[in-house]
Design a protein around this ligand. Sequence first.
Ligand code: AHR
Length: 520
Amino acid sequence: MKSLHTLVLITLLASSPLHIFSQTSTCGRVVINADLGKDTISRHIYGHFSEHLGRCIYGGFYVGENNTAIPNVHGVRSDVVDALKALKIPNLRWPGGCFADTYHWKDGIGPKAERPSIVNTWWGGVTEDNSFGTHDFLDMCELLGAEPYLSANVGSGTVQEMAEWIQYVNHGGKSPMADLRRKNGRDKPWNVKYWGVGNEAWGCGGHMTPEYYANIYRQYATFMADWTNTGGVFRVASGAGGSNYNWTEVLMRDIPQRMLDALALHHYSVIDWNAKGSATEFSEDQYFTIMRKALDMEELIRKHTTIMDKYDPKKRVALFVDEWGGWYDVEPGTNPGFLYQQNTMRDAMIAATTLNIFNNHCDRVKMANLAQTVNVLQAVILTDAEKMLLTPTYHVMRMYNVHQDALLLPVDLQTCDYRHGESALPALSASASKDNNGVVHLSLANIDSKESRTVSVELRGMTVRSAEGEILRSGKMQDHNTFEQPEQVKPAPFRQIQRRDNTLEVTLPPFSVVVLTVKG
Ligand code: AHR
């Protein structure tokens, strides 16, 4: 992991001669106001999602307590824990997804040998032995230093089942569920703050209308007692899928705000649900389409936010994007129900642009969860028995973690186009923040498949003394890491920085991501 963190400081001359600036046409201009900014980028925007789906939990996070071949702590893989800690994983959503609305938490507590099995009807029809349950997940979150985010079963569960789960994990005194927890070996409550009330209620969570779900939500929220004495449970309603703006309108209209803390939007970048295409073998056309779908996130957030602003101008109710990422065909030869896909530079570009969008909307977007952490969809980690690799998406999330809990700085971005046939997308994407030490970070992506882009970055409100950078790039968009070549794609120091006073000039290769660290 050491090399990931290696940054080479570019020592900058106090005043560089003008001729060092390239005469090539400048694609874009970024102006950062380092002395402005009012909103904090919640670290929870960099959150993750783990479902009982394919090899995410079993084989991904959890290999069993008796596994002697793979180093683990109570069955949780140590290599995965170390990699996620290096990512500064802030939160983890569990147990689904669609699975959450079939999950009965009491099946997953008590002696493992006595736990009942169920069939995972959503994902591959496999038998789930419930060996990974509430204790396993919440203890794992403690190991990771991540806040747990539990999704309660609304689709096939009951209000009482959810209320008892909250009492089981959060009640510190004497109560039926706290006593049961103690009997199962845990004295102290975990004090779980984030609770989802169902998942995709418009789809796999019950195919409900928004009016029906709003009523159900009110009923469930009524019984979500705060046992934590730490500021209350944070209740998250199942929000819209993509551009279903009516869903947001009805929920904001019909749920009293005192009962609602967040709406959870889902958006996947997919070419066509009936023809998703390969994760690794794709054309420029498919790349362009995926980038267009990823950039749709900007419009989705703007439009859902506009509706939320109408009912909640003070922005008390948060927008969570608790499922996002690229979705392709599964890897050849793998179970179609397991959603196992490779992860290329295309995915790095989805991650870089999407995270910039979230950062720039951090006044409303308070949490996001990439789907999903290990071995499923746009995973940051892939495993194969005892082997593990970090994907290009992992590297972007690690490079961007400097933005966690930093002050968002206003960025004025002028960009040229990435043209494909008759269509065009903005070539550049950017966001900037200032951390507690006054260090400014700028994340930039050039999604153009062919052209390098020279960008001029002007920093106002500070005197630039040094700048260093890190870059993720590769020769082909399809490049990815394999178990044979796990480091084909990895970040490197970025040296193409020229400075004149407070202006930096940087050249971004095609489909590359750069994070600059600027000190005053
Ligand atoms: O992430 C895979 C699935 O996608 C989730 O279970 C569901 O919520 C969404 O449709």
